[in-house]
Design a protein around this ligand. Structure first.
Ligand code: AMP
Length: 246
């Protein structure tokens, strides 16, 4: 595996699978890597903690970072190139062009995290333009992110196929997330009511947690999506209501 620190070092191949990430790899990321590895000649994983998708007062500074461990895991997963760009390559001086997916980017998560999906859509388009992937891989865990990226790709005729991988959970049903590292052992127990409430379609099981939303969303496929706060940590999850997450 090579590490590319600038776009000039990216591969120039006809079939590339791209897995965009913010690092702190867990089995969810590894599932995306496996899917990309199975379907493409060359696999690029990007590691970039995108400041533009964090709001003021969010966890940008303390977001878990461990490039050494991520490098090892990416290599073991058969990634060909780990792309770790500088912020200046993604947002060059004078940067002022943004992608705003208006409705899909402003409901649910977008309502609670204004500007979040503008940051997501913009960094994804930038990564697609730099890496030029045939396929790009996203997790169903972030169902609204998938909906936003798909909408952008369709609206702006971006030549990439969006592939979606089912949510990976731990043995108790908690969806894996880099942010789970913030949870104390007690938080972790309380967080389990999130997957349980979603599985049972029963909001009352979230009793005691601060709920941002617990709502059906008209994504493809339809999901029941929720965001809660456990201690100081915000967690999101969803269950597919119909169809397969492809
Ligand atoms: P992140 O590094 O958190 O931005 O996530 C990178 C990609 O991994 C995104 O497409 C996420 O949706 C996906 N992902 C994160 N957690 C999971 C999970 N538990 N199962 C499947 N995919 C996931």
């Amino acid at each position: 595996m090579r590490i590319a620190r600038s776009a000039a070092e990216l591969p120039n191949e006809s079939e590339i699978g791209l897995v965009p990430t913010m690092g702190a790899f867990h089995q969810g990321h590894l599932a995306l890597f496996r899917a990309a590895r199975a379907e493409n000649t060359v696999v690029v994983a990007s590691l970039f903690v995108n400041p533009a998708q964090f709001g003021e007062g969010e966890d940008l500074e303390r977001y878990p970072r461990d490039e050494e461990r991520d490098t090892r895991l990416a290599e073991q997963a058969g990634i060909d190139v780990l792309y770790v760009p500088d912020a200046e390559e993604i947002y060059p001086p004078g940067f002022e062009t943004w992608v705003d997916v208006e409705r899909l980017g402003s409901i649910l998560e977008g309502d609670h995290r204004p500007g979040h999906f503008r940051g997501v859509a913009t960094v994804c388009l930038k990564l697609f333009n730099l890496v030029r992937p045939t396929r790009a891989y996203f997790g169903q865990k972030d169902a609204q992110q998938v909906a936003v990226v798909r909408r952008m790709v369709q609206d702006l005729a971006v030549p990439v196929e969006i592939r979606v991988v089912p949510t990976v959970r731990d043995e108790n049903g908690l969806a894996l997330s880099s942010r789970n590292a913030y949870l104390s052992p007690d938080d972790r127990k309380r967080a389990l009511s999130l997957p349980r409430a979603l599985a049972a379609r029963d909001r009352s099981l979230l009793d005691g947690l601060e709920v941002d939303y617990f709502e059906e969303a008209d994504f493809e496929p339809r999901v029941l999506a929720a965001a809660v706060r456990v201690g100081g940590t915000r967690l999101i999850d969803n269950v597919v209501l119909e169809g397969d997450p492809q």
